[in-house]
Design a protein around this ligand. Sequence first.
Ligand code: UDP
Ligand code: MN
Length: 297
Amino acid sequence: PMGICPLARRPLRDNFTGPLQPWARPEVLTCTSWGAPIIWDGTFDPDVAQQKAVEQNLTIGLTVFAVGRYLEKYLERFLETAERHFMVGQRVVYYVFTERPAAVPHVPLGPGRRLRVERVERERRWQDVSMERMRTLHEALGGRLGREARFVFCMDVDQHFSGAFGPEALAESVAQLHAWHYHWPQWLLPFERDARSAAALAPGEGDFYYHAAVFGGSVAALRGLTAHCARGQRQDRARGLEARWHDESHLNKFFWLHKPAKVLSPEFCWSPDIGRRAEIRRPRLLWAPKEYALVRA
Ligand code: UDP
Ligand code: MN
């Protein structure tokens, strides 16, 4: 029957969009085995989501790290396109974490939108910059960011918005399907498999492979997520280990243990290198080309 999640056997509704229309996208998976919506273009009503968010008078946080060369290379375009596409019409507070606050570009902000810059230390290895984000976010969520925002999205900076990324994406906890892996068989997914790591998933474990470039949720949920990941990374380091995909491996472990309330289709964070795919209708975020030789030098 229309609109029933076949696995969870209940109508698919969502706090922000109301009833979802999964039948609008019969060619893709629109519901997880635990009954969480996987939102694809056409399955939600952005106007309803907008109205419900406005009624709740939300402030939505968006965190991004721009350390070392990532600042000059990506930050301005990320922020400019966020102004055009991210939660337009809502109250938004950007949190930019960098070791050089003075170098943050002055991007004109719309009404109700603010930008705060927080200083962080620059780690020597890029892997450590990436992983330190969890500890830093945990602290920020326990401080001003956590008091200011009701929901927060945490994103990589090496991407830009290309379509509306609105309140339909909000939920208690939100995970992003990885553009390269969403159609792979489970046994091939690049989870950490070394049982000694805190991020390890045993064979047969793992629902989807989630992308650490986008995750979000309520402040409380993200406090739990960041604490879990930071703790796992600490534990691994003490044992002389580093998970295969760093913070992303720990994020995947967290979402295996604590299922996300909402999953974003790969349309929300797409890699143009993959080329055209019939089911990718309107990408919301596009990865920048990976120029590791330049930015990680
Ligand atoms: N990052 C940064 N400086 C660095 C390394 C990482 O600012 O030297 C931040 C930046 O926001 C970046 C994110 O950490 O987008 C994750 O790193 P990266 O995008 O290189 O990882 P990938 O997406 O390739 O896994
Ligand atoms: Mn990235």
